[in-house]
Design a protein around this ligand. Structure first.
Ligand code: PLP
Length: 403
């Protein structure tokens, strides 16, 4: 008799079971059944997608623009608009017909990039803490993630010297998430220049995730590593609409890469997706070609929320510097002598404030001292969250001083 195949699922799928979801699920369990929870966990903009973008999508539906897109790598008008945008904003000169591809969000781009460049046994350098999909995409492609712990005293910016120490004959690529999730760090021009020099000298690819490029603060500037000398040929740059335009549910993003890299990316892409949702592509076109005031308006609000939350957390004793980018605050709660998961669970249960433990974004112990709060909630709610957090931390401090 043949063995029953039920239960013998792919080892590849087993290998990418995310520990993040385990830890986050534990914390989320604490808010089950509770009302009036302040959610500082999700990386989900609380703003609606701007009206002119929604209108473009409605028009696309009404006009019957509901079929496969040809060429599969994206609407010509959209790829032209992307090429113009990356030229003016990112300093990247790309040919829209051969070096641009529309993707189903940056999420798809991450996996497509790894499936396209990683071979069994290859090593890919990833900063820790990380956006969990990077190491998993490397593992899914039969590669090995090589982690570099970033340090709080360097504002969580990946240190080029640490990269140099980790490069071996098996190193294939370096991943950069800049601005960063979960830490909010922003690499400087000098950091990027040093990383570019390492990539060029060792012949490495760089996969960059610039989904938070619009969300930078204090007048800081985001730079794209692909614009540095020698980097265009070796960089896969992923950009998104989800965060800048509050378009998470539309599932649209894009990749730019040299023609030779793009050839392979296209092959992989055709098998994964065929093409991105036609309506979302029209919406994305409206986003890029319409007024950018909506982006700036949301950015200003995140910045003001960041100032409020950072000041409030530091007052309480959960310490952090103002993040330079993205919409997360990665704060140090180590003075409470609790693991990050225990601390997040306590806040969820007793303060009804949801934050994600640092361990959801790191291996082993490196996230233990931290908790991530997102800025995707109104200032009013952030103030309320701070009061509630303080009522819990006051108790913790009281308990500590009475022992
Ligand atoms: N990359 C990073 C660093 C993210 O934080 C996220 C979502 O939180 C994504 C990619 C996914 O982006 P998208 O919605 O474009 O797939």
């Amino acid at each position: 008799m043949k063995a029953d195949r039920i239960g013998s699922l792919s080892k590849r799928a087993e290998a990418i079971k995310s520990p993040k979801f385990g830890v986050i699920a534990e914390v989320r369990k604490c808010i089950e059944g509770l009302t009036d929870v302040i959610n500082l966990g999700y990386g989900e903009p609380d703003f609606p997608t701007p009206a002119h973008i929604r209108e473009a999508a409605k028009k696309a539906i009404d006009e019957g623009f509901t079929h496969y897109i040809l060429p599969p790598e994206g609407l010509n008008e959209l790829r032209n608009a992307i090429a113009e945008k990356v030229s003016s904003k990112n300093g990247l000169d790309v040919d829209p017909s051969t070096e641009v591809m529309v993707t189903a969000g940056v999420q798809e781009a991450i996996n497509m990039a790894m499936l396209s460049i990683v071979e069994p046994g290859d090593e890919v350098i990833v900063a820790d803490p990380y956006y969990y999909s990077y190491p998993l995409a490397v593992i899914f492609s039969d590669g090995t993630p090589i982690y570099i712990e970033v340090r709080e005293n360097r504002d969580f910016r990946l240190d080029p010297d640490d990269i140099e120490k980790k490069v071996t004959s098996k190193t294939k690529a370096i991943v950069l998430i800049d601005p960063n999730c979960p830490t909010g760090s922003l690499l400087t021009k000098e950091d990027l220049s040093a990383i570019a020099e390492i990539a060029n000298r060792h012949g490495l690819f760089v996969v960059t995730d610039e989904i938070y490029e619009e969300l930078v603060y204090d007048g800081a500037k985001h730079h794209s590593i692909a614009s540095f000398p020698g980097m265009k040929e070796r960089t896969i740059s992923a950009f998104g609409f989800s965060k800048s335009y509050a378009m998470t549910g539309w599932r649209v993003g894009y990749v730019v890469a040299s023609q030779s890299l793009m050839k392979t990316l296209k092959e992989v892409y055709a098998q994964l997706t065929i093409c991105v949702n036609s309506i979302s592509q029209k919406a994305a076109l409206a986003a890029l070609t319409g007024s950018q005031e909506c982006v700036e308006e949301m950015r200003r609000k995140y910045e003001s929320r960041r100032n409020l939350l950072v000041a409030g957390l530091n007052r309480i004793g959960i310490t952090c510097k103002p993040p330079q980018g993205s919409f997360y605050v990665y704060a140090n709660m180590s003075r409470y002598n609790l693991s990050s998961t225990e601390f997040a669970k306590l806040l969820a249960r007793d303060a009804k404030v949801l934050g994600y433990p640092g361990t959801a974004f790191s291996r082993d112990k490196s996230g233990e001292k931290y908790i991530r709060f997102s800025l995707t909630t109104s200032e009013e709610k952030l103030k309320e969250a701070l009061e509630r957090i303080q009522s819990v931390t006051d108790q913790l401090s009281g308990a500590k001083s009475s022992t």
